[in-house]
Design a protein around this ligand. Structure first.
Ligand code: NAP
Ligand code: ZN
Length: 335
């Protein structure tokens, strides 16, 4: 048997839950979980915001632990290895996207906690490709948030070839945003944080922001036309026509936050100055390894608050109320 915490109904609290342990496929590994971060996508899933949730729902896709069992075709040297699992836990491996190394675009992709039980659990079974080794320099509690939050904001820098000295605005200083700020700073960008929370100013500056700017403030107006890139990690709707005014000609707004409503944008806002709007989703396993190595070297780390798994609902409430500073992490052996 496996056990953990599940939301039993849409929007419900997470309750202790037991289920039949999954048999191990030949290419799979069983991970004994020590920690799991809480991403806002877990909240979207619990609330069925994307109309894909099934209950009981065991959330969790920033899982970290130790490989305790390996399938018949997995090298036994992986036993005891410290690994993490992010949003994705399987891909077909043979489609053109997978063969190009873009597993995260695979149409057959499986998500760790969609239609299967995720990381708010004692054990997790995944294909060995998606159980990614954690560098020794990164503590287990800090590693979890890198597997979804971290890779999601690392990928845009790589995919859009964002360079040192370019001007980057990070919208929303939550789990993803505070990591985006650190990456932008580590890559040598000139970085601004856009936030509804003046209380985050001190940390924003510590993570390298030139300034923390309120939406619609006088500083916001002065920064019109200033940004090569804006990365939105905001989980809510913004006044996108105002946000686009911040972009320099040929600038790009990259959306990673899942704003619920359609974007209300005039074509002329993109046509004039050839501005662009793009989306970005997680990252492939190779890039996760690369990002982990970068964090190990550069010192980029999530700022976390660790609670025992038994306090999962308190931790979820903090995320819902935008009180997390900046990522809540659940741990089994935490008191
Ligand atoms: P989070 O920790 O809750 O942070 C979201 C931040 O958005 C908040 O801290 C807040 O920052 C800002 N915000 C919240 N409500 C707002 C509002 N009404 N108006 C303006 N700003 C608001 O969430 P997260 O875990 O970082 O995730 C952020 C989003 O990314 C979620 O929608 C999640 O589903 C999505 N996501 C996408 C991917 C992907 O692959 N594309 C991967 C992971 C997560 P301030 O206090 O600074 O204003
Ligand atoms: Zn996530």
């Amino acid at each position: 048997m496996n056990h953990g915490f599940a939301s039993l109904v849409q929007g419900g609290s997470c309750e202790p839950f037991h289920w039949e342990a999954r048999p191990l496929g030949s290419q799979e590994v069983r991970i004994h979980i020590t920690h799991c971060g809480i991403c806002h996508s877990d909240i979207h899933l619990i609330d069925n915001d994307w109309a894909i949730s099934q209950y009981p729902l065991v959330p969790g896709h920033e899982a970290v632990g130790v490989i305790e069992e390996v399938g018949s075709q997995v090298d036994s040297s992986r036993l005891g290895q410290r690994v993490g699992v992010g949003w994705q836990s399987q891909s077909c491996g043979i489609c053109p996207q997978c063969r190009r190394g873009h597993e995260h675009y695979c149409a057959q992709s499986e998500a760790t906690c969609v239609h299967r039980h995720g990381g708010f659990a004692r054990d997790l079974v995944v294909h060995q490709r998606f159980a990614i080794k954690i560098p020794d320099e990164i503590a287990s509690a800090e590693a979890g948030p890198l597997f979804c939050g971290g890779i999601t904001v690392y990928t845009p820098f790589k995919a859009h070839r964002i360079q040192a000295n370019q001007t980057v605005g990070i919208l929303g200083l939550g789990g993803l945003g505070h990591l985006a700020l650190q990456f932008a700073n580590a890559f040598g960008c000139q970085t601004y944080a856009f936030s509804t929370s003046e209380s985050k100013r001190e940390e924003a500056l510590r993570y390298g922001a030139v300034d923390l700017v309120g939406y619609g403030s006088s500083t916001f107006q002065k920064l019109a036309g200033h940004f090569d890139f804006l990365i939105s990690t905001v989980s809510a709707d913004l006044d996108w026509s105002q946000i686009l005014k911040l972009l320099a000609p040929e600038g790009t707004l990259i959306l990673v936050g899942a704003s619920p409503k359609p974007l209300n944008i005039q074509a002329s806002m993109l046509i004039n100055g050839a501005r662009k709007v793009a989306g970005s989703v997680i990252g492939n396993p190779m890039d996760i390894s690369e990002m982990l190595a970068f964090c190990a070297r550069s010192g980029v780390r999530p700022q976390i608050e660790v609670l025992p798994f038994a306090q999962v609902n308190q931790a979820l409430d903090k995320v819902r109320q935008n009180q997390a500073r900046y990522r809540m992490v659940l741990g089994w052996d935490v008191t």
